[in-house]
Design a protein around this ligand. Structure first.
Ligand SMILES: Cc1cc2nc3c(=O)[nH]c(=O)nc-3n(C[C@H](O)[C@H](O)[C@H](O)COP(=O)(O)O)c2cc1C
Length: 174
């Protein structure tokens, strides 16, 4: 089994995608295999609760989720919540999140939305009994310079999260 990173920003200059790519490298440095899913590249239908489930990409992304030992959702903070594309993915893939170890990489416009990811965390716990790692990374514009991660303190936070995800994923395997 491998780890799965899902980048859910549709912005080509996404900052949460930078966090996701860096954390992919960190997980790989820790000897873990990582699968990459970018919703800016993989077309998915809007969830209508019916015909959407027949889209050919839905079983493909469902399998990636089902087979993951741990999952990181990288998301923009939009309107004090995750991106609509992240929510849509969860609506499309439902029970594949059951019991999954999950955490979050968030890019926001300022410090005030720090708690915004809790809605998604609660939703995954209540709907699917996903195991939410009690650590996430919340980055603001000051954490980036010229479309790159600003400094090693951000990398340290990402590495702490990568290691926590591995600890939970390993402990809860099977
Ligand atoms: C529609 C929209 C809503 C936003 N809402 C918030 C918000 O509630 N709180 C916040 O801190 N930033 C907000 N932002 C700023 C984004 O979180 C910020 O630009 C972030 O970098 C987006 O992630 P991305 O670069 O990975 O796409 C919003 C931006 C947009 C476009």
């Amino acid at each position: 089994m491998s780890y799965l990173i899902i980048s859910t920003s549709l912005n080509p200059n996404s900052k949460s995608r930078l966090l996701a790519r860096e954390t992919q490298s960190l997980l790989e440095k820790h000897g873990k295999e990582v699968q990459w899913l970018d919703l800016a590249e993989t077309e998915l239908p809007p969830c209508d609760g019916g015909s959407c489930y027949g889209h050919p990409n839905v079983p493909i992304v469902s399998e990636l989720i089902k087979n993951a030992e741990g999952i990181l959702i990288a998301t923009p903070i939009y309107n004090y919540s995750c991106s609509a594309s992240a929510k849509n993915l969860i609506e499309l893939t439902g029970q594949n999140w059951a019991g999954k170890v999950v955490s979050f990489l968030c890019a926001a416009g300022g410090p005030g939305s720090y708690m915004s990811i809790m809605g998604l965390a609660n939703h995954l716990m209540l709907d699917f009994r996903s195991i939410i790692v009690p650590r996430f990374v919340y980055a603001q514009p000051k954490d980036f310079v010229d479309d790159a991660i600003a400094d090693d303190s951000v990398r340290e936070r990402l590495d702490e999260l990568a290691q926590a995800l591995i600890r939970f994923g390993t402990a809860l395997k099977d």
